[in-house]
Ligand binder design. Structure first.
Ligand SMILES: C[S@@+](CC[C@H](N)C(=O)[O-])C[C@H]1O[C@@H](n2cnc3c(N)ncnc32)[C@H](O)[C@@H]1O
Length: 504
């Protein structure tokens, strides 16, 4: 933005929609932007979204909830202009609560009107100055299924349990925790049978317990036809510095589940797009009570078949979140080990795959194993650990290490809450199994399989339970191989070894 004048409606009216989007974004109050989740869709993404619609009846009723300045309606109208027959009517309803954006939206709808009319089509655009959640839950209550198409980039924000939004969504039969899922759920609720919805939303609803009721709501009412992922998590809204992993979904209300197109592109310009068709059962496993929505971009990443199909339970293993929550054991914690103390291990004790303990750090290194905290400690042995949090742009989600009892000759260990611990019924693992499991978890194969259902940087124990593993014997051979190659393992060596699971 060069000067204040550029925020003036008339100055912006002379610009293209993308320039307007960037200019308007910088005119908005930053705290208001965050509160209302005002991140506008860039033109290439809006065009891509509009191109996913397949039905162009003579009367289209479009919903654009949280319409902003109308970038998505604009892209949709362009598509309509080319695809719908002469004489066809586009009735577009945009909902927006920000008065500044509403002004631009109205202006924009006027521009679209002129363009469509000149091509012999009709346009009726309404900018509703309403809270979409309140309006939609009211309309859904009247069973008013009225839209044939919906295109949305909704606001993203957690909704508090006691909030009006939560209650309104619940009134429409939707139990959910974020504005984006409330918007998408309500849009689905307002669609006519066969109505198509295209949305750009965070990927977080695809897994995790909080979103389970939302996944059920969605899958009961709509079929997934297409899922697009962006390779880099920062790319979709680069101008706005949003670090959410976004996906685009195309859904059809009331349709039967069928093949799903999966696509991936490197950046927001949607260059280098690759896609494949997957069976619906690859996306939502029929026996998965959680109904995780998986996005296995390459078929080989699907871990439910082939050599990597075993559950942890089949391997006799359990994974738990590190049981020691440090502020709860504050009275038992020691900055450095002392006589009869036991190690308290954090993620920072593992550097480049090796245990470095104790270390100079603001966090404690040891615990006094008093009776009150005994049950949070595990007996000496080999354990495989993974970090629960990876940095935003870290290449790998899964980072595993092995605790070797030769390094820690103490009777008990404390594992802090930012780690996940693989154990055998609260005891250590055979050495080769612990090392083999770490080899598998550190492989690109496991990392990709993990990303197929998790979009978070967080690695929860539940996600590690959902992952599939090689069989016991294969893990043991990986472990023996790792011991032989100790100290000189590279990512390429690990990947090559894991890809040959039957080598002994
Ligand atoms: C992520 S932005 C997207 C804007 C536009 N759809 C686009 O793609 O560029 C979400 C929009 O929703 C609006 N919004 C937030 N809460 C809303 C609500 N409860 N009802 C209607 N609009 C809302 C915000 O002001 C913001 O303009």
């Amino acid at each position: 933005m060069d000067d204040g004048l550029a925020c003036d409606t008339q100055t912006l009216a002379d610009r293209g929609i993308d320039a307007r989007r960037i200019a308007v974004a910088s005119c908005l109050d930053p705290s208001e932007r965050a509160r209302l989740g005002q991140f506008m869709t860039p033109t290439p993404i809006a065009d891509f979204m509009a191109a996913l619609f397949t039905r162009w009846p003579a009367h289209v009723v479009l919903l654009d909830p949280g319409a902003g300045i109308g970038s998505l309606t604009e892209a949709f109208a362009e598509r309509f202009r080319h695809q719908a027959p002469r004489g066809a009517v586009l009735e577009a309803h945009g909902y927006e609560i920000d008065p500044i954006l509403l002004g631009y939206l109205r202006q924009h709808l006027g521009d679209i009107d002129a363009r469509l009319e000149s091509g012999g089509q009709r346009f009726e655009g309404v900018a509703h100055d309403r809270d979409f959640i309140a309006e939609a839950s009211f309309l859904a209550g009247m069973s008013a299924a009225r839209f044939t198409h919906a295109i949305l980039n909704p606001p993203y924000k957690k909704i508090a349990t006691a909030s009006a939004h939560r209650r309104l969504a619940r009134d429409a039969g939707l139990e959910t925790v974020n504005l984006y899922s409330a918007f998408l759920g309500l849009a689905i609720a307002l669609m006519a049978d066969g109505g198509e919805v295209v949305a750009i939303i965070p990927r977080s609803f695809c897994n995790g317990t909080y979103f389970r009721p939302f996944r059920r709501f969605l899958l009961e009412r709509a079929a997934i036809r297409h899922i697009h992922v962006f390779e880099s998590r920062a790319s979709a809204f680069r101008d706005d510095a949003v670090l959410q992993e976004n996906i685009i979904v195309h859904l059809v209300r009331g349709a039967h589940p069928g093949p799903v197109t999966l696509s991936i592109s490197e950046d927001a310009g949607l260059r280098d797009l690759v896609s494949r068709e997957a069976a619906f059962t690859e996306i939502v496993h029929p026996d998965d009570p959680e109904q995780f929505i998986r996005i296995p971009i390459a078929p080989s990443e699907e871990p439910g078949s082939g050599p990597f199909r075993h559950t942890l339970a089949e391997l006799g293993l359990t994974v738990s979140t590190g049981p020691v929550v440090d502020f709860r054991v504050r009275d038992h914690a020691l900055p450095y080990p002392a006589r009869d103390s036991v190690p308290l291990l954090y993620a920072h004790h593992f550097r480049e795959g090796r245990l470095v303990w104790p270390v100079a750090h603001k966090k404690p290194n040891a615990l006094v194993p008093s009776p009150g905290i005994r049950k949070a400690l595990l007996p000496r042995g080999f354990y495989t650990l993974t970090r629960r949090f990876s940095a935003k742009e870290e290449r790998r989600r899964l980072v595993a290490f092995v605790v070797d009892p030769a390094d820690l000759p103490h009777p008990l260990y404390g594992f802090e809450n930012h780690l996940n611990v693989f154990h055998a019924d609260k005891a250590g693992l055979p050495e080769d199994l612990a090392r083999g499991l770490a080899v598998y978890l550190n492989s690109s194969t496991a990392d990709r399989a993990f990303r197929a259902f998790s979009g978070h940087t967080q690695v929860n124990a539940g996600d590690l339970r959902a992952l599939r593993y090689p069989d016991y014997a294969t893990l043991m051979t990986y472990g023996q191989w790792a011991k032989r190659s100790a100290g000189r393992l590279t990512q390429d060596m690990i990947d090559a070894r894991v890809e040959r699971p039957y080598d002994r």
